[in-house]
Design a protein around this ligand. Structure first.
Ligand code: PLP
Length: 449
């Protein structure tokens, strides 16, 4: 690094201390004193302003599934910006929104091909919860108002998703503003029995799912509208469902007329080696939520995939507006253009299933970390890995955060959540890059106390 570049970086850091940007989910003061900036990206890599190349081990934030700055997607966005920048979707329509919905329906699991557009994962979660309430009302059952989430669930930051979510910090800070009528089933993380499981853990699947019966016994099924879970929980540390768990949840929901919603914001669009987790696990919910990879993260967008039965119920209701909900930017033309180009790239390069071919290599590579300093658990599925570390006494998360900053210094972007390092590279990752991810993490772990 030469002197000129150094000066520029120091200047940038000094400037950021006064920056107007109130950063999300960030320790602002710490960050602004020692910023980690990414200035440009291509394929599997980011570059920092000082020109350092950083391998993207997290697909941005689990979202850049086809890798960065794909020309086809960029060109589609640019062309759309010149043709139709915006048009409303309320009582009006534009062809590309319909076209994209058809394309999404074509890759959706059978019977789940009705698309409601949002702009984020959080909005998708809240939209799905509202669809659930409105659906029951539309079929004449307005008594079903309870929404069930799961401990350690993450469904974004809006009031609905936050309420059904099970993130302690959210609940602590915003506890008074949580939705009424929400309950939670137990999370499925069971280190006493399932530590160092390969793939889906063997123990507890039925037992954890049966926890829903406890809530049914307490509240009565007739008051419960829906249950929402992530098929694989990402944000609270890559928690893979134990065997039989999702199947049993499905059974219980069907038995009691409760809608089952999967949050596929992370698992959607190829992360597990199938287009959706629904395909991977072979368990069909009544709706599933998506965002992130839907546009390869180029333009914010989300979508809720809705079953025929739910959609048909709305369409059989009284004349007029069937669902009193929507966002100004639902079906934004540029997001739709980005989404269509993204699906083209996914199809041309087989990315929605590419992770299946890499999964064994990925798993074997990550398992090389078994026995590494600090490593307590490894959880691997598709192209996702959770590497959980032992915590320092009274300092949960500190060690993993140190691993994150050191990895960044060594040219690798990882993500940490609590004491778990989460890795989820773009689906275009090559084996040599998988090796680099693992060797960098391994090196970093030896250097931290
Ligand atoms: C499972 C899940 N649901 C919802 C969200 C929220 O998505 P967004 O940040 O786009 O609102 C996330 C974000 O990581 C997520 O992982």
């Amino acid at each position: 690094m030469n002197d000129r570049v150094d000066t520029k970086v120091t200047q940038a850091a000094a400037d950021l201390q006064q920056s107007a940007f109130f950063m999300p989910y960030t320790a602002n003061r710490e960050f602004k004193q020692a910023p980690r900036l990414l200035e440009r990206a291509e394929g599997m890599y980011y570059w920092t302003p000082e020109g350092r190349k950083v391998l993207d081990g997290t697909a941005g934030l689990w979202c850049v599934n086809a890798g960065h700055c794909r020309p086809k997607i960029a060109e589609a966005i640019a062309a759309q910006a010149k043709k139709l920048d915006f048009a409303p979707s309320f009582q009006m329509g534009h062809p590309i929104a319909f076209e994209f919905a058809e394309r999404l329906a074509a890759i959706a699991p059978k019977g789940l091909g009705h698309i409601f557009y949002t702009n984020s994962g959080s909005e998708s979660a809240d939209t799905a919860l509202k669809v659930a309430l409105a659906y029951h009302r539309a079929r004449g059952d307005a008594v079903r108002f309870r929404l069930i989430g799961r401990e350690r669930g993450y469904h974004g930051v809006n009031f609905g998703g936050m309420s059904v979510g099970g993130i302690v910090s959210n609940r602590k800070t915003f506890g008074t503003a949580m939705l009424p009528g929400v309950a939670h089933i137990r999370h499925t993380h069971d280190p006493a029995r399932n530590l160092m499981s390969h793939g889906q853990p063997a123990h507890g699947g039925l037992e954890f799912a049966d926890d829903l019966e406890r809530l049914v016994a307490l509240h009565d099924a007739s008051s419960i509208a829906a249950v929402i879970v992530e098929p694989v929980a990402g944000s609270t540390g890559v928690l893979i469902p134990p065997k039989g768990y999702l199947e049993r949840l499905r059974e219980i929901c069907t038995k009691h007329g409760i809608l089952l919603i999967f949050d596929e914001v992370i698992t959607g669009f190829g992360r597990l080696g199938t287009p959706f987790a629904v395909d991977y696990f072979g368990v069909k919910p009544d709706m599933f939520t998506t965002a992130k990879g839907i546009t390869n993260a180029t333009i914010p967008m989300g979508a809720v995939f809705i079953s025929d039965a739910i959609y048909d119920t709305f369409m059989k209701g009284p004349d007029g507006m069937e669902f009193f909900h929507g966002y100004t930017y639902s079906g934004h033309p540029m997001a739709c253009a980005a989404g269509i180009a993204t699906l083209d790239v996914y199809a041309e390069e087989g990315l929605l299933t590419r992770a299946a071919g890499l999964a064994k290599y990925w798993e074997d590579a990550i398992w090389q970390l078994k026995g590494s300093k600090h490593v307590m658990d490894l959880r691997v599925i598709g192209l996702v890995a959770g590497i959980e570390l032992n915590s320092r006494e009274g300092a949960v998360g500190k060690r993993a955060f140190e691993a994150f900053t050191k990895a960044f210094d060594k040219g690798l972007l990882i993500r940490v959540t609590g004491e778990t390092i989460a890795v989820s590279p773009p689906l275009i990752v090559e084996k040599s890059q998988i090796d680099q991810i693992v060797s960098t993490i391994s090196e970093v772990l030896t250097t931290i106390a």
